[in-house]
Every structure is written in C-alpha cells, then in structure tokens.
Design a protein. Structure first.
Length: 182
C-alpha cells in the first residue's frame, strides 16, 4: 500500500472483476515514514479509481481524536493524524457520493500484531462492525457518514464534520495521488 503504482494495480485488478458490493479499507501501519501513504493516500486512491461499490468501510481508530487538523502537510504525520484524515475521508465520500454508503469504524484496541497481546478489547468484536456495515440489511447499517464502534454510532472528532477540512483533505490527496474523486 506504500507503493502508488501497486495500489493502482490492485484497483485495476478489482475493476476487471467488476463492481464490488463492499470494500473494507483495513490496511494500516502504526509507525514509520509510510503512515500517510498507507493509512490515508492508498485508501483514497483506491476509492478514487475503483468502480464505486455500494458500501465503503474505512477502518479508523479511537486515536483519531488525538489527530491534528488542519492537515500536517510538511510535518511528520502521526498515526492519530492519519486516522483523523481517514475518518474525514469516509465522511467526505458519504457527503459527495450519496449513492454509496460510506462509514468509518473503530474496531477497538484489539490483540493483533499491531495492537499487541495486552490490548484490552475483544478481537471477535473488532471485525463484527465492518462485516455488519458491509453486508447487513439492518436499517442502521444502511446509513452513511457514521463513525462506529461495536455497532454503535459514536461522535467523532469535530473536524470530521467540517466540510472545509474535508475539501482541504481531498484537494491535498488529489495533489499527492494525481486523482480526484469523481
């Protein structure tokens, strides 16, 4: 996901398969120089160049609340920043593409390689919300623009709902990737 050409290749392969019912953007890194590319630019690029699915789910984190708005264009982006941007991307897509259900999910701090063995959340609950948003006909799952934690809608960082912040992010991502959301 750190290599833009490989991300484009993934999108081209998926487009040859046809329209997807749902896409869950789950790739992510916690540390290193590729945080912005992997956690934000790659999901944006896939969203921009793949055929629109019926549902998009972006795996965020409760740590997005510690992120910085405006966009840290010339500074090292932190994990929290990247998850703030990703959650804002989900909200922007929900606003701009009313025919697509777009949501962000906090899976919780779960015991994975990334979360560590001591993470306190239940690993089984970590994926249920994504599955529910991707496939359920439950009226709550058929909504867009939400930020979810264990199948409950939660209030995200205030910047998420700021359309100017969303537009600034989209402009920045278009400049980084060379693609605009259609």
């Amino acid at each position: 996901m750190a290599d833009t050409d490989q991300v484009r290749g993934i999108a081209a392969h998926v487009n040859r398969l046809g329209q997807m019912d749902a896409v869950i953007h789950n790739a992510g890194v916690l540390h290193g120089p590729d945080i912005f590319q992997v956690n934000v630019a790659a999901p944006y690029l896939l969203t921009a160049v793949m055929q629109r699915p019926r549902r998009l789910i972006y795996v965020s984190s409760g740590m997005h609340r510690g992120g910085h708005a405006p966009i840290q264009k010339h500074a090292q982006v932190t994990y929290s920043d990247s998850k703030l941007y990703l959650t804002a991307l989900a909200a922007a897509v929900a606003r701009l593409w009313p025919d697509v259900l777009s949501n962000a999910v906090d899976p919780g701090w779960v015991p994975t390689r990334m979360g560590g063995a001591g993470a306190p959340d239940d690993l089984r609950l970590g994926h249920r919300t994504q599955e529910w948003l991707a496939a359920s006909d439950d009226p709550e799952a058929l909504t867009s623009g939400g930020y979810w934690y264990h199948q409950h809608r939660e209030k995200p960082h205030p910047a998420i709902r700021d359309e100017r912040f969303q537009d600034e992010l989209l402009d920045h991502l278009a400049g980084v990737t060379g693609e605009r959301l259609g």
